[in-house]
Design a protein. Structure first.
Length: 115
């Protein structure tokens, strides 16, 4: 069983920055591949970024590449998403995930970018 809790969302102006955190329960976090997804109003949930258990590889969607950075601290059982140069189209609920669509999800954190 894995419990994921996101935090760090909020309201920011276009061009601003936010850092999201995802705290995971359990002592096996270091073995998990992790990911961020987001869901905008009226749209399907979409992949944002992922990071392997060793942090050796990170993958990004084209829409956030160059602006967002995913990272993790296995000693703190925490994953992060540094979001820079935010755009109104980044407005969404952001979720952390492990195990894909049938895996474990957090409750989400709202990010709102005003123009």
């Amino acid at each position: 069983q894995v419990q994921l809790v996101e935090s760090g969302g909020g309201l920011v102006q276009a061009g601003g920055s936010l850092r999201l955190s995802c705290a995971a329960s359990g002592s096996f976090f270091a073995a998990l591949n992790m990911a961020w997804y987001r869901q905008a109003p009226g749209k399907e949930r979409e992949f944002v970024a992922s990071i392997r258990w060793s942090a050796s590889t990170a993958t990004y969607s084209d829409s956030v590449k160059g602006r967002f950075t995913i990272s993790r601290d296995n000693a703190k059982n925490t994953m992060y998403l540094e979001m820079n140069s935010l755009k109104p189209e980044d407005t969404a609920i952001y979720y952390c995930n492990t195990g894909g669509s049938s895996g474990y999800w957090g409750q989400g954190t709202q990010v709102t970018v005003s123009s």
